[in-house]
Ligand binder design. Structure first.
Ligand SMILES: [Zn+2]
Length: 379
């Protein structure tokens, strides 16, 4: 027993030593752009977007950082940063165009999650299970909180901010989020906080929206969203996903469409074209949260659909353009996508959206020189 205790203590110290520089770095860094320095120029009209411009939401705090340990997880945790960096280097966006969110608060979290969930945030083994990352179960809870949970809090705050900005500008893209497996009592499938549900509840409580729809095109069913909004007529959940993979069993969304393994671009887009108008008509939403997971791509290690990058761009365009044409604010969150080129497909899709609708940030804010903190991303 003693030997076992001593061994575990050693593991704790090794993990602590690996993680501490990251933790200190976290505390020592200023945010990319001070929150609140970007304010939209007009008040929103609840239920209908004022314009059709794109607000891009991101914070460097989305990045999970465990001093390198995080690289042991199969999920490409650099996806968000990669997309943001490429948007900068390709001149698609500048740091001053970005809407930088505040992290979700415990009050936000409690809009959707239970007391049992909040209590388990301090339980390393529970969180490690949600993240499907057993090694994390040995780490002190305080380190997981700072190195991992803060990233999820930041990205989930981004989905709330994207919701507010979509109501003002028409379109908002959170370069993260889409944690559709998280349920009221527990995280699941690498998801901790149910960011879309939290954002919907927050916007409803602020009177910005009454009704919402979730259009979930990640290859995995949005089982968490289905559970959270079961029996709630104000939120319509639509999930189109591969039928024979996780989660098993499936939950019941308001509308589920199951696709067989091997579904290619044409079959996928035909199914979406068939069902999307009915989703928007039946839900009559004041806002759409679009979970744009691109694990529908051929070669994804966790699924077996056969879409191409071009197919992803066409798919996302179909959803965003339908919302804009109907005057429905739309929030795109990135969701899953675990193949090496998943981030490229999402970058191509975001490029198309910005090219078509142009940036809200650039229109709303006069040009100014980037601050030193902002230039971190433009080297
Ligand atoms: Zn997925």
């Amino acid at each position: 027993m003693l030997a076992k205790t001593a061994k575990w203590s050693l593991i704790h110290w090794v993990i602590a030593a690996a993680v501490m520089p990251a933790v200190l770095g976290w505390w020592g860094c200023a945010s990319v752009v001070p929150p609140g320095s970007f304010r939209a120029v007009k008040e929103p009209r609840a239920g209908r977007a004022i314009g059709s411009r794109v607000a891009v939401v991101y914070s460097k705090h989305y990045q999970i950082n465990l001093g390198g340990l995080e690289k042991l997880h199969p999920f490409d945790i650099n996806k968000y940063a990669r997309i943001y960096l490429a948007m900068n280097t390709e001149g698609l966006i500048e740091p001053r165009d970005v809407y930088v969110p505040k992290p979700v608060t415990e009050e936000d979290i409690r809009l959707v999650h239970s007391q049992a969930f909040v209590d388990r945030l301090g339980d390393s083994e529970a969180v490690a299970g949600w993240l499907e990352f057993p090694a994390l179960g040995m780490a002190p809870a305080a380190l997981i909180d700072v190195g991992v949970l803060n990233a999820f809090r930041a990205a989930s705050g981004g989905t709330i901010l994207a919701g507010r900005e979509a109501v003002k500008h028409g379109v908002a893209i959170n370069l993260g989020g889409g944690y559709h497996h998280a349920k009221p009592d527990a995280g699941e499938g690498f998801n901790v906080f149910a960011d879309m549900a939290i954002a919907i509840r927050r916007l409803q409580s602020e009177g910005l929206i009454r009704r919402a729809a979730i259009v979930d095109l990640d290859v995995h069913q949005g089982n968490g969203s289905a559970v959270i909004f079961a029996g709630d007529d104000s939120v319509f959940t639509f999930s189109m996903h591969e039928g024979d993979i996780y989660p098993v069993p499936k939950e019941k969304s308001d509308m589920d469409v199951e696709l067989p393994a091997g579904t290619d671009d044409e079959a996928y887009l035909a199914a979406l074209a068939k069902h999307l108008p009915a989703v928007l008509a039946r839900s009559a939403p004041d806002i759409v949260f679009f979970q744009a997971g691109c694990d529908t791509l051929a070669g994804d290690p966790l699924a077996r659909l056969a879409m191409t990058q071009e197919g992803i761009v066409r798919r996302d365009a179909m959803v965003i353009d339908a919302c804009v044409e109907a005057g429905i604010p739309v929030v795109m969150v990135l969701g899953g996508g675990y193949s090496d080129d998943a981030w490229l497909a999402q970058l191509a899709s975001i490029k198309r959206t910005i090219a078509k609708y142009s940036l809200a940030g650039r229109a709303a804010h006069p040009p100014r020189a980037a601050t030193k903190a902002e230039r971190i991303y433009t080297k």
